[in-house]
Design a binder for this molecule. Structure first.
Ligand code: NAD
Length: 496
């Protein structure tokens, strides 16, 4: 069995330190191991990125953008291979993996516009004979630490913009699916990226802690669960780094009495059960305003759940397995808990077994009704194919429920009432909001990020915020000798 190593300074680096198994979730079989980087290995990656920075910073923005253009064509060329890697190590179905790759590719496309995005501002004659401008300079070596659930897209939220704006990068992907990051590193090299600009270290807490505390790291982008996001934010900030740390979620869909319930039910199927619910923007709570809306929704959902296909992602069914045996056990235990807590388990996916894949981590779709805000299955992120229906008497209670929740990543409302939709988008305490759409994931040229305990730090991912995060502003004020003052001035300059 092979052990996956790292990618440092333009080369694959073999390593056999404390290998951890990587499993195909559909078969339950270990397919290879992945090495856990030591402090020294991570330091080697950081030092190479540090050495590569001056030349890359001084490469013209157009030439940096050209690497991104080439990278885009290489991703398109090898899309099938990348999709196969995602499905093999993550479990998500082929078409969903292709969707993830496309959303990542869109950030690469956005980053090709870096000569425009990184332009500063200029004011002439701010004082007599004085001009002033600001420019956005890269930070230096920046790090990305990413979760298992989007092995291509989430790293691509980060490094295309970071690199295009002149930084060098060290990525620490999830140890559950390390192969995609290495493939992307190979393609970046083929696209002409100089060695050392993009590095991948595989590993665990040892690698992460080295990145968070190392003097040569200027900024840390993190996506993962809230407890780790909070730790990353606190630790890296305490070590003087710029940090954006995106955490967990519990996303609600409000179904108003006037909603098009057919559309809401279709939207919920994909949003709740797509990718086996392992999406930070998955909808895990359907908030029905009134019992009638709840009954109607349930009646529409039941046959759709019954008709869902579940299996190995390579065959492109509706839903694949969960990522690991541990995660399967955790999600399943939440279903047990929901029953103990008194919610009505309307659809029980616990007994699912897929012929030929008896060792895979398959959990069927689960649906709870009459869930209340006291229950842990409501409060906590389950991150599996478990949808909870909560019944509320009115719109105000629906909004209060969402605003009181500790997470504020995404939410959406299904309604025909423009007034309710407007109030919802304006007042709801959530970072990404939809109206009559299932998962309001912003496009590459907007920014992605939640509120409350779904994001630590002021700047969201990609879009303008992404460029701001990976650049620091310098403001220059300039005068030439013909306009120099002839006498010394001791008062605060006011540029009259
Ligand atoms: P995770 O927090 O377990 O791991 C994320 C990364 O942190 C991995 O690279 C992992 O190796 C590292 N890590 C784990 N434990 C660590 C520790 N103790 N110290 C230092 N580093 C550590 O998350 P996951 O299970 O891989 O991903 C699922 C979570 O990510 C869910 O909570 C999901 O909501 C969240 N997520 C959020 C977003 C978002 O945009 N807000 C997007 C995707 C996923």
């Amino acid at each position: 069995m092979s052990t996956i190593g790292h990618f440092i300074n333009g080369e694959h680096v073999a390593d056999n330190n404390q290998p951890k198994p990587v499993t195909n979730p559909a078969t339950g079989q270990v397919i290879h191991d992945v090495a856990m980087a030591t402090v020294e290995t991570v330091e080697t990656a950081i030092n190479n990125a540090y050495d590569a920075f001056p030349a890359w910073r001084d490469t013209t923005p157009l030439n940096r953008a050209r690497v991104m253009f080439k990278f885009k064509t290489l991703i398109e060329r090898d899309a099938d291979k990348i999709v196969a890697l995602i499905t093999e190590e993550h479990g998500k179905v082929k078409s969903d993996a292709a969707g993830e790759l496309t959303r990542g590719l869109e950030i690469v496309e956005f980053a090709t516009g870096i000569p425009h995005l990184q332009k500063g501002e200029h004011s002439s004659q701010v004082g007599r004979g004085i001009d002033s401008w600001s420019e956005m300079q890269p930070l230096g070596v920046v790090a990305g630490i990413t979760p298992f659930n989007f092995p291509a897209m989430v790293p691509m939220w980060m490094f295309p913009i970071a690199i295009a704006s002149g930084n060098t990068f060290v990525l620490k992907p999830s140890e559950k699916n390390p192969s995609v990051a290495l493939k992307l590193a190979e393609l970046l090299k083929e696209a002409g990226l100089p060695d050392g600009v993009f590095n991948v270290v595989n590993g665990d807490k040892v690698a992460v802690d080295t990145l968070l505390t190392h003097q040569k790291i200027e900024a840390v982008s993190f996506v993962g669960s809230t407890p780790i996001a909070e730790y990353i934010y606190a630790t890296a900030s305490a070590h003087g780094k710029r940090v954006q740390a995106l955490g967990g979620a519990k996303n609600h869909m409000v179904i108003m009495p006037d909603a098009d319930v057919d559309s809401a039910a279709n939207a919920l199927m994909g949003a709740a059960y797509g990718s086996a619910g392992e999406r930070c923007m998955a909808i895990s709570v359907a908030v029905c305003v009134g019992d009638e809306a709840a009954e109607e929704l349930k009646a529409k959902l039941l046959p759709k759940i019954e008709a869902m296909t579940v299996g190995n992602g390579v065959n492109d069914p509706d839903m694949g397995p969960l990522v690991s045996a541990d995660h399967y056990a955790k999600v399943r235990s939440y279903v047990d808990l929901g029953v103990e807590e008194g919610a009505d388990l309307v659809v029980d996916g616990r007994d699912l077994s897929i012929e030929g894949y008896e060792d895979g981590f398959f959990l069927g779709a689960c649906l709870f009704d009459n869930v209340t805000d006291e229950m842990r299955i409501y409060k906590e992120e389950i991150f599996g194919p478990v949808l909870c229906i909560v019944r509320v008497p009115d719109f105000e209670t629906a909004c209060r429920l969402i605003n009181d929740h500790e997470y504020g990543n995404g939410t959406t409302i299904f309604t025909r009432n423009g007034d309710a939709a407007r109030k919802f988008t304006h007042y709801i305490q959530v970072g990404m909001v939809g109206v009559n759409v299932p998962i309001p994931v912003p496009m590459a040229f907007h920014s992605f990020g939640g509120w409350k305990r779904s994001l630590f730090g002021p700047l969201h991912m990609h879009g303008k915020d992404g460029v701001r995060f990976y650049t620091k502003m310098k403001t220059i004020t300039q005068r030439w000798p013909s306009d120099m003052p002839s006498v010394a001035e001791f008062s605060m300059p006011t540029l009259k």
